[in-house]
Design a protein around this ligand. Sequence first.
Ligand code: KG4
Ligand code: ZN
Length: 357
Amino acid sequence: MRILGIESSCDETAAAVVEDGVSILSSVVASQLATHARYGGVVPELASREHLRAIVPVVRAALEEAKSTYPDLAAIAATIGPGLVGSLLVGLTFAKSLSFARGIPLIGVNHIEGHIHAAILNARVEFPAVALIVSGGHTHLFEVTEGFRYKLIGKTRDDAAGEAFDKVAKLLGFGYPGGPVIDELAPHGNPRAVKFTLAKMKGNALDFSFSGLKTAVLRWTEARELDDEIRARKELLAENPKPSAEEWLAVTPPATLDLLASFQRTVIEELLRRAVSAAEEMDARALIVSGGVACNSGLRAATEELHLPFPVYFPSKALSTDNAAMIAAAAFPKLERGEFTDLNAAASANLTLAEYN
Ligand code: KG4
Ligand code: ZN
């Protein structure tokens, strides 16, 4: 049973065909990075416009690559939220039109549930599991039980983990998005050089907070004379939108590399100590880590070094960031259960996957 997935919640227009929830026949992602990079973040109006431009060719390419035509499809799945409403509307409306015109059922998928499925697409996960979803827009901990039932057990009270990477990178002149650059440069610094205090949460100890860390990085930079190196990095970016590690290293002194390494180590510690304590509390049989920040090599290595007594599932790097294969995969159990979405369903910018009990 083939599902066409469509994802347009933020700044990637993506389409994919997935068979039986496990085999990716195609996964096409049109990134808008080049459009947004010079603004240092996603500009919602530009994102909608780019989605409009890309949606038809991206869906066509996904079908062609999968050697599929509309009659081969058991369902069309599209992200229904959360995300930028103008962006969501492009993918969802396109999916609805296809569904109506071709008589193929529609399945609306929560973007966060998509991220969870990206990690376990072809794994036999045992439940209960803890899912840590870390991206530019989200930092959530869920308990996942049989049949993909979710319970929220922790979330960020301010910035998302990816947002912290992006803000720190922007502050230091590394451009957008910040995660990949910091990930690449962190191994060149000393992760114990700068001591940041870990966030202590009143109330739910499994909630996250990254604003204090972000402010601590800001104070660190204010206490130093960094204008010249920041200018050099901005000049480098203006010449070359994707500098190599060597090029970055040439304009980044050791003290700044130490800061990057220490910042990344602190984010990783904040994420893992809560994920692990949640897993211990519920006697979890698995840990699922997904979302753009799951690409982070330091996070992957630190998780491995913990030698946890249960398997840890990370998606491949390509499936960690936004894509449509995860949307099609998340729709498969819904197709099996006959859970379809009405053509009147509205896109929802603040859609939640689950709430605290
Ligand atoms: O899941 P995603 O593509 O989009 C959202 O749903 O937000 O995640 C993008 C986020 C950005 O904040 C980006 O800086 C971060 O993921 N990211 C990383 C890495 N690659 C992407 N963060 C840390 N290390 C990385 N290697
Ligand atoms: Zn995402």
